[in-house]
Design a protein around this ligand. Structure first.
Ligand code: SF4
Length: 247
């Protein structure tokens, strides 16, 4: 289990703007405590600890839907943000509205700066020229700005999603954004998530039924067949595995 970015000084180090005060040992202890508990307990802890200084960030993947349902059941009301790059599938835009209606919430669409140049003079889109720059301008930068007022963010990362996520901590210090990061469903598996969604008959992206285990922007997401890497359809044919918001 890694804790990259945690300051390992011998003295107490203040993390977070207002509500978080964690040492490296605190994080170790919280992760040990949460490793064998259920995500609802972790979400309740986050709500008690941070209140509305915590935001849920979701791309409405299955884990995000489960998270929203657990919060709904527990009566936890936290801001919910999603990155609207302008390149999402129509099915994803439909799902955002379905989720808002289902849970009676507002999902805040985080959009890129209006001045982002989407294509060059020849008409080649930015995502074709440079995926890293495209993700930076459409995801990393807008999210950094959107999360600036918060002390913690809650994400749907799971360890079984890809080799690069296998060591995901449940609670960590996000050096990139200077805030606490929580992954309440880190220990859950794909099967557990789907069993929950089907059991509660929750809305989900219909592209999952068409071979897309992980869904991002339309130009950079392909269906996959028979792979254990659930994110294999993202940026297929390149070495890129993450957009950058979780690095
Ligand atoms: S996933 Fe593709 S289209 Fe979306 S921001 Fe990244 S490079 Fe651009």
């Amino acid at each position: 289990m890694t804790h990259s970015g945690v300051v390992k000084h011998g003295y107490r180090y203040q993390f977070g703007r207002n509500t978080a005060l964690f040492t490296h040992d605190d994080l170790l202890s919280l992760n040990a405590r949460f490793e064998h508990t259920n995500p609802q307990h972790i979400l309740q802890w986050a709500a008690d600890r941070f209140g509305e200084a915590a935001a849920v960030v979701t791309s409405l993947q299955p884990t995000g839907i489960v998270t929203l349902h657990m919060m709904h059941t527990l009566g936890i009301h936290l801001p919910v943000l999603t990155l609207d790059t302008g390149h999402l599938f129509p099915e994803t835009y439909t799902l955002i509205e379905q989720v808002e209606a289902h849970f009676n919430i507002t999902v805040e669409r985080i959009k890129p700066d209006v001045h982002v140049i989407e294509q060059d003079q020849s008409g080649t889109p930015l995502w074709q020229q440079d995926t890293n720059q495209c993700c930076y301008l459409h995801k990393v930068l807008p999210l950094k700005k959107a999360l600036a007022p918060y002390d913690a963010w809650i994400t749907g990362l799971r360890r079984d999603q890809s080799p690069s996520r296998a060591e995901t901590d449940i609670v960590s210090w996000d050096v990139q954004r200077n805030m606490t990061k929580l992954c309440p469903l880190a220990t859950w598996t794909e099967a557990m998530v789907w069993s929950y969604i089907k059991g509660y008959q929750l809305p989900y992206n219909t592209l999952h039924d068409k071979g897309y285990p992980s869904i991002g922007c339309m130009p950079c997401t392909q269906p996959v067949n028979g792979t254990r890497d659930l994110r294999a359809g993202r940026w297929q044919g390149t070495n890129k595995t993450e957009c950058g918001i979780h690095l």
